[in-house]
Design a protein around this ligand. Structure first.
Ligand code: NIG
Ligand code: FE
Length: 412
């Protein structure tokens, strides 16, 4: 057998059964973390036993082996940062006020317009490398800082170019209704993108559409229209909802068959049960919630009710300049009172469901060998908040990152 073999892992994170597309959060305790060994053949996981006859052998003693982390909600590619807005927010200025004053999304749109493709790709590529070192082996890209048809098309093209340059698997989401562009009202902008769909789809082959529903952005009616547009073009619908104010968007998103509803800090308690009963994932973004001082997302209630919860960074220059999933796990565990298994489920198997990437997110024979060695048991991820636990990263059956302290583990 060719490939890689991993010996003596102290923990190996395995699902309760093979072939699950997701696991509802009331069943997260069924994931197991018993010791194990694993062999990779080519790009795939081949067996849960050690094989001495492979070219690369890895000593995982004391380590946890887990699936590569999946960041199912990021706003890459973007360019520049907005640290001055963070200082304003800390001093008490509301996000909506910053947006009304021409900051926020529009400020990042100006930065994107002023930057060359190479500048955008250099910043995004560096971020992807940093994410890889923190265990992210798949991530979502979103457009949304274009704010014109041409600039959204450019953003989708840049996401496709980023995909070519990075080690990770990426998906592309067209966040076509993010802020209302100057010269439009929400209705005329929705009509414009509906008419431009063929060009936008050709630009970057997104697999999902997305919309920001908020008092300063789009309404539930626009959410319904975006759902219809997604259906017409065979795409998934994602939606930023209930972030700073409640608009009652979740029942609308469920009616329109959304793949996920993201943020949810202001989710009304009555909407927990219908969301939990659906196949729409609840994507929680605790980095954004913490840095924006949002209400506490009902992560505990959603998990107890059996929702398909996912966890992501929301990596963007405004609400979440954070791209570390281990840090995000630490925030989720503390703030939602989640177990580490609940947090890991949310950024592995269930995040793969959000991105519709069934070949990753779980350690199973026949799935793609995207996996991590951590420098200690999984319980240390949330506990050592801010520490990067990633010792080694394997993507598609290749060792793509080794922390220098752990180089001794690899014999080739
Ligand atoms: O997911 N809330 C809307 N969109 C982003 C923020 C974008 C920005 O501020 O640049 C989010 O939080
Ligand atoms: Fe977002």
């Amino acid at each position: 057998m060719g490939g890689i073999s991993i010996a003596r892992a102290a923990q190996m994170l395995r699902p309760p059964a093979d072939g699950l597309r997701y696991l509802r959060h009331d069943r997260a305790g069924e994931l197991s973390t018993t010791p194990g060994e694993l062999t990779v053949d080519g790009t795939l996981i081949a067996a849960f036993e050690f094989s001495p006859d492979v070219p690369v052998q890895i000593d995982a003693s004391g380590c946890a082996v887990i699936p590569g982390l999946i960041d199912c909600h990021t706003h890459l590619p973007f360019v520049g940062w907005r640290a001055q807005e963070y200082a304003q927010k800390v001093a008490g200025v509301a996000y909506e006020q910053i947006a009304r004053d021409g900051g926020g999304i529009k400020s990042s749109a100006r930065s994107l317009a002023a930057a060359s493709d190479d500048e955008v790709l250099a910043q995004a590529g560096a971020a992807a490398a940093e994410m890889l070192a923190h265990g992210t082996t798949s991530f979502e890209c979103k457009s949304g800082y274009g704010l014109s048809v041409d600039a959204e098309a450019r953003s989708l093209r840049l996401a496709a170019q980023l995909a070519e340059r990075v080690v990770q698997t990426t998906t592309s989401t067209a966040l076509l209704a993010h802020a209302v562009p100057d010269g439009y009202d929400p209705d005329s902008w929705m009509a414009t993108i509906a008419a431009a769909m063929p060009d936008l789809l050709a630009a970057g082959r997104p697999t999902a559409l997305d919309i920001y529903v908020e008092s300063v952005a789009f309404s539930n009616d626009h959410l319904r229209q975006m759902g219809a547009l997604a259906r017409r073009h065979g795409l998934d619908l994602r939606a930023h909802v209930e972030q700073f104010n409640s608009q009652g968007s979740v029942p609308v998103a469920l009616e329109t068959g959304a793949r996920s509803v993201d943020h949810l800090a202001c989710l009304p308690p009555d909407h927990v049960a219908p969301l939990a009963a659906s196949e729409t994932a609840a994507v929680l973004l605790p980095g954004a919630a913490f840095l924006s001082d949002e209400h506490l997302e009902p992560g505990r209630q959603l998990a107890d009710a059996g929702a398909i919860c996912a966890l992501a960074t929301d990596f963007n220059p405004g609400t979440s300049p954070v791209n570390s999933l281990p840090l995000t796990i630490g925030l989720a565990v503390r703030r939602y009172r989640w177990s580490v298994l609940e947090a890991l489920l949310a950024c592995t198997l269930n995040a793969a469901w959000v991105l519709d990437q069934p070949q990753v997110g779980s350690l199973e024979v026949g799935l793609r060998a995207d996996l991590l060695l951590l420098d200690g048991p999984v319980e240390q991820i949330p506990y050592r908040l801010g520490h990067n636990p990633v010792a080694l990263v394997i993507v598609g059956g290749e060792v793509v990152h080794v922390h220098p302290d752990h180089a001794w583990r690899v014999a080739a």
